[in-house]
Design a protein. Structure first.
Length: 607
């Protein structure tokens, strides 16, 4: 087309052809006039192209005193693969990054001030976020100082706090425990108002009294909620000490601290080594933010907040004043309701609950009793051990473990910690699978310990990476059931033959699950509950090795992930776990003859 005598032609393939050729020239080192030295790796490029894509490099090149010479730009804190990905993007406008490298690409894009790429990487991370990764993603966004990303992640956490609170990253966070004394007939305010008062109290503790945050977290802090709705330090209470609990993992005595000096000092002053509110405005480390909270039971709260720049968990129990109820202890699990039953009928007696709610516990049958060890709840990882006597339907404490631990499996001869499996095959202990130090990738590793030689050796690796798998031994073979690969729950099952040191994939389960309990009864595997990636599960299925097939059984009354499962006197018990909202101390039992689960003690007396 030649309007007004001008020749106009648009070559639609020119741009794609040109950028492809320019990128090829870059990779061949032809006509390049800049070298990027990234952690010992040298990447060649053309400064004009990079200056157009990166405002950061534009500033460097524009101030270069020798614009016609070959420039050297060093980066000692970026990933070379991530920088190469950005160079490809600069030349081709195509961003291609493996999911494991997206965070590194984001970091490099932030450094190079490539905001569009940074935003795309942030949106990708949001699309992949779930309850298991939310805390690690938030830590990353906080380190990057990305307010937009933080806001999106915090919104997700607000909607899924209970699910997030069950994850390992959440359990590793520092925690602050508060006991709040209440006047008679006084209740705590709504969540937002309550935690704004809590954050204010922490600020006063740090700024007025010079206490480091770590010191506040060393012990339970006692506060007082006055009739005029002020949250005060517990030292203002009269008396020396009050008893609040008697068990190993709960506070036994809360000692009233002597009144601190200068309690009414103005907040604008600060002790040596602490920051005043005025200086907080100029320090990113001084972030104070309420993120999300849940009321888990009556006057018991769980909160995630940023205190003085540190992501923390706050546990708060509101109690009656010492004068009204000096030994009151809150119930941390749901109470069962019997609404709808005739008033003249007494409800069936439930199986005795454990003293503590526990998820990820170790469990084993020993000498006609169940041993339940460790585990975790929202407050902490436990070291206490409880013993269940079926004859008396009662739990009692036995000697605690030396170290708190959770998500482990227990064998009768020995205990294996922080693993995903244990067995006494040929009187040896096997450790199977697990996760990497970051908790994001499953492992194929399998190791065996010989208690006679006291030596560890490696076995053949699994076919599939997996963590949080259920592991058991049956008829001389070891089974690894379900688990997760990265964030994806698995239904696959593998069988290990110690005679030829091989793993074989067998029939998969009907339901993909991680954190399931497993028990052996009459030559069959019973897999109990677990988590399917979205919900805690009620369902139970059984594997018959002779038929190499799985069959669904009667479902439990409560969904349970990371519960303990064990056999005692021809009855399969499911103990503790997490139901998606609460950590459980309840127990229910399965009768193989009737294919029914029951939480009632007398359901099996005549079986």
């Amino acid at each position: 087309m030649i309007p007004n005598g001008y020749l106009i032609f648009e070559d639609e393939s020119f741009q794609d052809s040109t950028v492809a050729k320019m990128n090829a020239l870059r990779k061949n080192g032809q006509f390049c006039d800049v070298r990027l030295q990234v952690c010992g790796h040298e990447l060649m490029a053309h400064r004009a192209v990079l200056a157009c894509c990166s405002p950061y490099l534009f500033e460097i090149f524009n101030s270069d005193l020798e614009p016609h010479g070959v420039s050297h730009v060093k980066f000692e804190d970026l990933d070379p693969e991530a920088v190469e990905i950005l160079l490809n993007y600069a030349y081709t406008a195509q961003l291609k990054a493996d999911k494991e490298l997206v965070k590194e690409v984001y970091s490099a894009a932030k450094r190079l001030k490539m905001d569009r790429v940074k935003r795309i990487c942030g949106d990708y991370l949001l699309s992949k976020m779930d309850s298991q990764s939310a805390i690690s993603y938030r830590n990353f966004a906080s380190c990057m100082g990305d307010g937009r990303l933080l806001g999106k992640i915090d919104g997700y956490i607000q909607e899924h706090l209970l699910d997030v609170s069950e994850q390992e990253d959440f359990l590793k966070l520092p925690r602050l425990k508060l006991e709040v004394m209440l006047e008679d007939n006084l209740t705590l305010p709504s969540n937002g108002k309550l935690y704004s008062k809590v954050i204010g109290w922490v600020q006063r503790s740090l700024w007025e009294n010079g206490e480091p945050l770590e010191r506040l977290m060393e012990e339970v802090q006692t506060l007082y909620y006055s009739a005029d709705h002020k949250l005060l330090d517990g030292s203002l209470l009269d008396g020396q000490a009050e008893v609040f609990g008697t068990e190993d993992d709960h506070i036994q005595f809360v000692q009233k601290k002597p009144p601190r000096e200068n309690v009414h000092r103005q907040l604008s002053t600060s002790s040596s080594g602490s920051l005043s509110p005025g200086s907080a405005k100029h320090s990113c480390k001084q972030e104070w933010k309420y993120i999300a909270s849940e009321k888990t039971t009556n006057n018991t709260y769980l909160c995630l907040a940023v205190l003085n720049g540190v992501l923390c968990v706050i546990f708060l129990h509101g109690r009656s004043s010492p004068q009204a109820s000096p030994s009151a202890t809150p119930c941390l699990t749901k109470s069962l309701s019997f609404e709808g039953q005739p008033l003249e009928e007494e409800p069936d007696k439930l199986l005795a609950p454990m003293h503590y709610a526990r998820s990820g516990l170790g469990i084993a049958a020993l000498n006609g009793r169940l041993i339940a060890a460790g585990g975790y709840n929202r407050e902490e990882c436990l070291r206490t051990v409880e013993c269940y006597d079926m004859k008396t339907d009662s739990w009692s404490f036995i000697a605690p473990m030396r170290t708190p631990r959770a998500r482990f499996q227990m064998a009768v001869l020995m205990v294996c910690t922080w693993s995903n499996g244990s067995s006494d095959l040929s009187l040896k202990l096997y450790v199977v699978g697990g996760s990497d130090p970051c908790g994001q990738k499953g492992l194929k590793n399998c190791d065996v310990f010989d208690p006679v030689s006291k030596a560890w050796n490696s076995c053949a690796p699994l076919n599939i990476r997996r963590h949080q798998a259920a592991v058991c031994e049956l008829d001389g073979f070891m089974y690894v059931i379900g688990g997760a690969e990265s964030w994806n729950c698995l239904n696959s099952v593998e069988c290990y033959n110690p005679e030829n040191n091989t793993w074989t994939l067998i029939a998969p389960m009907n339901i993909a699950r991680r954190g399931a309990g497993v028990a052996i009864y009459e030559g069959k595997l019973f897999v109990v509950g677990g988590f399917d990636g979205s919900h805690a599960l009620h369902c139970v299925e059984m594997y018959d090795p002779a038929r190499n097939e799985w069959r669904m059984l009667g479902s439990m009354n409560s969904p349970r992930s990371n519960a303990g499962a064990a056999v005692l006197s021809d009855i399969i018990y499911a103990v503790g776990g997490f139901d998606g909202n609460d950590f459980l101390n309840s127990v229910e039992a399965y009768n193989p003859k009737t294919d029914e689960w029951s939480p009632c003690a007398d359901a099996f007396t005549n079986s």
